[in-house]
Design a binder for this molecule. Structure first.
Ligand SMILES: *[C@@H]1O[C@H](CO)[C@@H](O)[C@H](O)[C@H]1NC(C)=O
Ligand SMILES: *[C@@H]1O[C@H](CO)[C@@H](O)[C@H](O)[C@H]1NC(C)=O
Ligand SMILES: *[C@@H]1O[C@H](CO)[C@@H](O)[C@H](O)[C@H]1NC(C)=O
Ligand SMILES: *[C@@H]1O[C@H](CO)[C@@H](O)[C@H](O)[C@H]1NC(C)=O
Ligand SMILES: *[C@@H]1O[C@H](CO)[C@@H](O)[C@H](O)[C@H]1NC(C)=O
Ligand SMILES: *[C@@H]1O[C@H](CO)[C@@H](O)[C@H](O)[C@H]1NC(C)=O
Length: 927
């Protein structure tokens, strides 16, 4: 008898196994759902009936498996069963805003979004997040968990962009792994308000890509403390809420925080002078400094910034109550003298008003005044526990006879400036930690330096080991050489590691589905460039040997023509992605499979010669730094002879125009749904908003149109070709017409006068909106003469309420409830295309109108205050504002959108409310 092959048996067994498994798991999903239904004490709100769980309300499936359970705000009672972990395809689980109790069970590893906030869960396993590598978004706020630390297992959520654990009974410290170089590189939103956290902000936050840091209102005894110096290096921050803690020290320099708009520092123990960089923040809209010990002149912020620094209650230590009024020179001198001491709180607490010698009573701690003439005669900071350096600015206090700094922990040197103090009789720095040579004072000055072990010596060498100090220059040279060598080696190692890790990160980011509007700053992609540097390998530098290393570091890769030829198959026709006003774009693939888009500038279009070259380079340097989630990133460039090439990230789904107009009917490419179009419109608006104001400098695109809007595989949009017009030397008339834009999208004033403002882009954007609504091109020659120009036709149709629905793209299924949003967008488009530039909204207004319409992921119907921990005593507009600020996290229902819209338009542009639009448009036209 012939025995069957074991392999054959095995495969049969395997197939059977797979078959059973798949049938089985469907059944499992049913049984798990049945268990869940029971555990939830299902009320009538939950329409969970019938055998097909995929037809149950609030459930989504894929291939019969449950992928989403969204049962927020249904007034549910009961518990969550431990069987939930068997739903191995579950990606979204939201049960927020119910009355669920008991422990939170383990969830399947497939989970991406978890919202269990605002329930009565009493515990959650500390290893809950173990292995949850798919997690993007976690909300566990407002549950009466027992006290726990921020769990270490969170480190497994390597894709997470948003973690919200407000009022979640956290104790202990904020862990360092949440910061830079930790395992969570995509984390941009961190909310830990109203817990019992204590200790300092981790140093690892320095350099992180965090955009929203909300840690206000800790309830612990000590609250969060230490300085907020790390904020200086968190330059992606948009929102800082640290109020209601015990932070000390000065507000750091914020001059690199160009996106920061909401700064709440109130109710801490901050001291020092308000840094000018805070006042100058370009995006600032709200700032609250109340109840600190801030010093110096009360700051005057720009118009439009909502400020509360509470002069009335005098809850800071400003020198005057009058905003913007400078302090007296003496006070300024004292403040600058104590800056290197970190503006000690003791002093800030006692130094009130603008006169250190007020009333001759010596009320200012550490300051002793002489009676006549009234002036500072003595600075007495002895035994005050100060650390930091001695400021050379004490020298400007020329009336001082004694500087007494004994018994502190002062470091650094004795500044030689102090020798110039004309009346100085005594300098006592004994028992500190100073080093260096004592400068030469006048002979009559008594200098006390005992108790400073290193005084008279060189600075303590920063390397450990043999550190006997006085072996002469030779030794020092050796140390320096050693340090340099060490640094070189470390840098080398670092570069290798960096390239490796950026490789990981790049992959990471491309896989991460970024939740709606939480922007992952393209910062991460810079690592990707470094990687490409290594990939492009041998070719690099052959065109630009001197600068490649430097450029690679700045994220501005120099590619060699050889590499670019190779990856585009010698600029093969087959690889052409498109042609634009500036050149032809080719697709390329680097050795590791990374796709790029290479734009080969038309020869002659760029300035030539040395000057043209250096201008090109400096412009490229600027453009590489303009990074935003909705702008196509410039990765690098290539210069070779007359060849000018730009290398961009590759956008797989191509230009928007292909999806709107040039669709291939027989392919299965479906028309873009309205929701999709809205999301794209908002993406574009955000990108352009950034170009217009939030980047380091203002960019005006001048050629916005659907073929310049590119889509990724997630169908999110990015604007391309921005800033290119800047690459072309001024006054090249022959290109003017070609570069100035595209007919159909040109703002009238631009077409006529050539005057360019940001409103030129707003106009073009309006045309794009019209195209997205109607599915018709800006210029459509197939139409009867009077309808060829989309804007003209659109305006006419919009004036007539009855014809409104006829403008909607016939390819779209229009649902009744979507009509409102059509109307809103149509009106917005009309405003954007207003004849006069000043009548058009700003791009930020556009964003504010669109954001509420876009609903990608709706967490719940609950009030924002519940979720986002806003103060309930906030006024409604304020709350709305803050909420809007958090728009990435949620959406605003349409009933409030009108309110936002009317509120957020420029007041001077006096745009009419939605309903009056048609009329006003009429009158605008009549001008
Ligand atoms: C669920 O319902 C049962 C009976 O209807 C009740 O006894 C039980 O207390 C309920 N549980 C919760 C958590 O509401
Ligand atoms: C911060 O608070 C902790 C206790 O939570 C305390 O040990 C530490 O000394 C404090 N640090 C500062 C700088 O006050
Ligand atoms: C900020 O970054 C710079 C440069 O990396 C570093 O020297 C400095 O110590 C950082 N500051 C803080 C407060 O982390
Ligand atoms: C600033 O904080 C105080 C409480 O310290 C609050 O009363 C006030 O409304 C806040 N102002 C703004 C503009 O947020
Ligand atoms: C003195 O300052 C140094 C460096 O700033 C610090 O390491 C040390 O702990 C301080 N000592 C005291 C007693 O504060
Ligand atoms: C070190 O110093 C000694 C004398 O001070 C000198 O003879 C010797 O050449 C020096 N060595 C180096 C490496 O500079």
């Amino acid at each position: 008898m012939q025995k069957p092959e074991p392999g054959f048996l095995f495969s049969i067994g395997f197939f059977l196994y797979v078959f059973v498994l798949s049938v089985h798991s469907q059944n499992d999903d049913y049984s798990v759902m049945a268990i869940l239904k029971k555990a939830l004490n299902s009320t009538s709100d939950l329409q969970w009936n019938g055998p097909d769980i995929c037809k149950w309300e609030h459930i989504q499936c894929n291939s019969g498996r449950v992928t989403a359970i969204q049962i927020s705000s249904l007034n549910l009672q009961g518990t969550l069963p431990k069987e939930l972990i068997q739903l191995t395809q579950l990606q979204i689980f939201q049960c927020n805003n119910n009355g669920l109790t008991g422990p939170v069970p383990y969830m399947p590893k497939s989970l991406q979004r978890l919202a269990i906030n605002n329930n009565n869960f009493n515990s959650i396993p500390t290893d809950f997040f173990k292995g949850m590598t798919n997690m993007l978004d976690v909300r566990i706020d407002y549950n009466p968990f027992g006290q726990w630390n921020i769990p270490d297992s969170l480190q497994d959520c390597v894709s997470i962009t948003s973690f919200s654990g407000m009022n979640a009974s956290f104790v202990g410290k904020i862990p360092a792994f949440l910061g830079k170089d930790g395992p969570l590189p995509a984390l941009v939103y961190l909310a830990l308000c109203f817990n019992n956290l204590e200790g300092e902000l981790p140093g690892s936050f320095s350099g992180s890509s965090m955009e929203r840091l909300l840690i206000n209102g800790q309830q612990s005894m000590n609250k969060l403390n230490g300085t907020i110096a790390v904020l200086q290096n968190m330059t992606f921050l948009k929102q800082i809420w640290i109020h209601g803690n015990s932070f000390t020290g000065p507000i750091p320099d914020l001059s690199n925080h160009d996106q920061l708009y909401d700064v709440s520092l109130r109710d801490n123990q901050l001291t020092g002078v308000i840094p000018p960089s805070l006042i100058a923040l370009p995006s600032l809209t709200v700032v609250n400094l109340t109840n600190n010990y801030l010093q110096g002149s009360p700051p005057k912020f720009k118009d439009g910034v909502r400020v509360d620094n509470d002069m009335v209650r005098g809850s800071n230590s400003f020198c005057t109550k009058k905003i913007g009024e400078p302090c007296s020179p003496l006070v300024n001198a004292l403040l600058s003298a104590v800056e290197p001491l970190g503006y000690p709180k003791k002093l800030a607490d006692s130094w009130k008003g603008d006169d250190p010698c007020v009333g001759g009573n010596n009320e200012w701690l550490g300051i002793v005044c002489s009676a006549s003439p009234v002036n500072i005669s003595l600075i007495n900071f002895q035994s005050m526990g100060f650390s930091g350096k001695i400021s050379p600015n004490f020298a400007s206090l020329t009336s001082v006879t004694k500087l007494l700094f004994a018994n502190n922990n002062l470091t650094g040197i004795i500044p030689s400036e102090l020798t110039s103090m004309p009346l100085l009789k005594e300098l006592d720095v004994s028992n500190n930690n100073l080093y260096g040579k004592v400068p030469l004072f006048r002979p009559e000055v008594t200098i006390k330096t005992e108790g400073n072990p290193n005084i008279g010596k060189d600075p303590p060498a920063p390397v450990t080991g043999d550190n006997s100090g006085g072996k002469g220059k030779n030794h020092t040279v050796g140390i320096i050489i050693g340090i340099v060598a060490g640094v070189v080696i470390l840098l080398g190692l670092g570069a290798v590691l960096y390239i490796k890790s950026s490789r990981k990160k790049l992959k990471h980011v491309s896989e991460v589905q970024i939740p709606n509007e939480i922007e992952v700053h393209p910062h991460h992609f810079e690592g990707g460039n470094a990687k490409k540097a290594s990939v492009a390998g041998g070719g690099i530098g052959s065109s630009s040997p001197s600068s490649s290393a430097h450029n690679a570091e700045a994220g501005n890769m120099v590619f060699s023509i050889k590499v670019l030829r190779e990856v585009t198959d010698n600029f093969n026709q087959r690889n052409i992605l498109g042609r634009g006003g500036f050149g032809t774009v080719y697709k390329g693939e680097l050795h590791d499979g990374t796709k790029i888009a290479v734009k080969r500038m038309e020869s002659g279009i760029m300035g030539e010669g040395e000057k043209g070259l250096s201008e090109f380079k400096s412009e490229i340097a600027v453009l590489t730094k303009v990074r935003h989630r909705h702008l196509v990133a410039l990765l690098g460039h290539c210069l070779d002879g007359n060849e000018r090439l730009l290398v961009y990230e590759y956008m797989p789904q191509g230009p928007l125009s292909n999806h709107l107009f040039d669709r291939n009917e027989d392919e299965e490419s479906k028309p873009l749904e309205w929701k999709r179009r809205l999301i794209i419109a908002l993406d574009v608006a955000r990108g352009v908003e950034y170009l217009h104001g939030l980047a380091q400098q203002i960019f005006i695109h001048r050629d916005l149109k659907p073929s310049n809007i590119l889509l990724g595989d997630d169908m999110r949009a990015k604007v391309s070709d921005f800033g290119l017009v800047r690459l072309v030397p001024e006054g090249q008339a022959s290109f003017e017409t070609r570069l100035a834009g595209t007919f159909g999208y040109l703002a009238p004033e631009y077409a006529v006068t050539g005057r360019v403002t940001t409103k030129v882009d707003v106009y073009s954007y309006g045309v794009i909106l019209m195209e997205m609504i109607t599915g018709r091109k800006a210029i459509d020659n197939s139409q009867p003469e009077e309808n060829v120009h989309l804007v003209t036709w659109f305006r006419r149709m919009l004036l007539n309420r009855d014809s409104f629905q006829k403008i909607i793209d016939p390819a779209l299924d229009v649902e009744e409830e979507a009509l409102d949003s059509f109307r809103t967008v149509a009106e917005l488009a009309g405003h954007c295309c207003a004849r006069e530039p000043y009548q058009r909204p700003d791009m930020s207004n556009v964003v504010n109108v669109l954001a509420p319409l876009v609903e990608i992921w709706k967490p719940s119907e609950s009030t924002p205050a519940d979720i986002y921990g806003l103060d309930l005593d906030m006024s409604l507009p304020q709350a709305l504002h803050n909420w809007q600020a958090l728009d990435g996290m949620s959406t605003i229902n349409t009933s409030s959108s009108t309110m936002l819209r009317t509120r957020d338009y420029n007041t001077q542009s006096s745009l009419p409310a939605a309903s009056g639009f048609a009329n006003s448009f009429n009158s605008m036209d009549a001008r």
